[in-house]
Design a protein around this ligand. Structure first.
Ligand code: SF4
Length: 477
């Protein structure tokens, strides 16, 4: 039973926790990706690579306006049409107009989180344009009518058995668990779509400012078809996705591939610098690049700019104990996992809608250790929690709990009374349940669902110390 992404956050989490198939699918994939990543990083000087990446990304953010101007100028010199979109609505309108002006009927897409972010498919389908996802994972979830649940592996939440079922229901395929056979079925279908398409749409892994080149990294070859076969190619990129030089592009490519899929290099790497020229055998006649802000500038202003260094490798998701339990759909946002819990509220104009996300973390720090750009995600999560508290938007029970804790800690008498009460209550509960405290009463029972809660000691340290000192005094008399 898929998670209902429109349900409130606590319900989504409960649905995800109750789905054993989801856990099987996620654990299988996470284990595979973690092993591949560790092996790929061990084969290189990972520490130096991470330091270089961080330096380069921080430099880009410090000089973002300048690099954006350079990129725009060089793209235009190469024959591209550059568009600026302040928000998702502007981006959708722009791309829809390009499609309508050119009589587009079918658009093929390469996997792209930024087009998920602006809900582009729905906007094009509203005006009668057929949109076909051509990345295999995206194709499967499009058939299932679901959004992606992982930045890199959109169908991570589905087992092979589920995918076979989807192919039988939606494509009339025979029952098979052979991934090769299922891929062939999808390929035969998609080939027709590629030949029919009048427009190709992709995101951008990074754009090289000094050459005016848009780069996409794929493993299936669909990205190359999307960018070169249809007569119109539209690339959508967040304004932060810039690298200054070709050398920086190859540094980022290496960090991305090793961290995302554990590969030394992706199977395909497509670079587009402009539309087709008379001497070219193929390529798009029109090449449009949409530079999207959609909350990124205000992220910089509000102090969350560090998260804009993200290269969307997904490594932080793959090591996150919270993501492992609930998967991507429970987050209810385009971007899930630790990076999603930061950038979704940081990009949002209204913090209220995403206020639970910064709390969907144990702050264990595994994400920071895995990140190829060393983004301090736990600190950013704490900053967001502080902002929520400052605006009076933190979750109610937690706010009440912390306020009660503060009041208790402000007075020695209250602190000692609370200690006595906790000792009596926990020891009584433990005695009632046979010596060990297995379940706390609501609302604290969530803690004991997965963890121990030993009863408090029979005396406080202060009481024990006073008794000990008194005993010593008596003995020395
Ligand atoms: S925050 Fe770091 S680890 Fe997570 S997706 Fe971004 S670059 Fe990868």
């Amino acid at each position: 039973m898929p998670v209902d992404i429109h349900a409130p956050f606590p319900e989504r989490v409960q649905q995800a926790l109750a789905d054993p198939h989801l856990h099987t699918a996620i654990h299988r994939a996470m284990e595979r990706m973690a092993v591949a990543r560790t092996r790929a990083l061990a084969a290189t000087d990972a520490a130096t690579m991470r330091a270089q990446m961080r330096r380069m990304k921080a430099h880009v953010l410090r000089h973002l306006p300048q690099y954006l101007e350079t990129l725009e100028r060089n793209l235009e010199d190469n024959g591209a049409v550059v568009h600026w979109a302040r928000d998702a609505q502007e981006a959708r309108t722009l791309i829809r107009e390009i499609a309508l002006q050119n009589g587009v009927q079918t658009a093929v897409k390469s996997k792209s989180m930024v087009t998920e972010e602006i809900h582009l498919n729905e906007a094009l389908e509203e005006v009668g344009i057929r949109v076909v996802e051509t990345d295999l994972g995206e194709y499967i979830i499009q058939l299932a009518g679901e959004p992606p649940s992982h930045i890199v592996a959109p169908v991570i939440h589905r087992r092979l058995e589920d995918i076979s079922q989807i192919f039988q229901e939606k494509l009339g395929a025979g029952p098979t668990y052979d991934p090769g056979e299922m891929t062939s079925i999808a390929r035969a279908q998609l080939r027709q779509d590629f030949f029919q398409a009048d427009m190709g749409i992709s995101g951008v892994n990074f754009a090289i400012a000094e050459t005016g080149t848009v780069c996409i990294v794929t493993n299936e070859g669909n990205g190359r078809m999307v960018t070169s076969l249809p007569p119109i190619y539209v690339a959508v990129m967040g304004i932060e996705k810039i690298v200054p030089t070709v050398e920086d592009a190859f540094l980022q490519l290496q960090a991305l591939c090793r961290s995302a899929t554990g590969q030394a290099f992706s199977v395909y790497f497509s670079m587009t610098s402009g539309p087709r020229r008379p001497e070219h055998p193929d390529g798009p006649e029109q090449f449009h690049v949409v530079l999207l802000d959609n909350g990124r500038t205000q992220m910089l202003e509000r102090g969350y700019g560090e998260a804009l260094m993200c290269v969307r490798c997904g490594a932080c998701l793959n090591v996150c104990p919270v993501y492992a339990q609930i998967g991507g759909h429970a987050y209810g946002s385009t971007y899930s996992g630790p990076i999603g819990a930061v950038i979704t509220p940081a990009m949002a104009s209204d913090l209220r809608e995403t206020r639970e996300l910064p709390h969907a973390s144990s702050l264990c720090g595994a994400c920071r250790e895995a990140c190829p750009v060393q983004i301090d995600l736990p600190r950013l999560l704490l900053d967001l929690r502080a902002e929520l508290a400052h605006r009076g938007l933190e979750p109610r029970p937690e706010a009440w709990g912390i306020r009660a804790f503060m009041e208790t800690m402000r007075s020695r008498a209250r602190y000692e009374q609370a200690g006595k009460l906790a000792r009596v209550a926990t020891r009584l509960l433990a005695r009632l349940s046979g010596g060990t405290l297995r379940t706390l009463p609501p609302p604290l029972n969530g803690w004991t669902q997965y963890r121990d809660f030993p009863p408090f000691a029979s005396k406080s340290f202060r009481e024990w110390w006073q008794e000990r000192e008194a005993l010593r005094g008596r003995e020395s008399d």
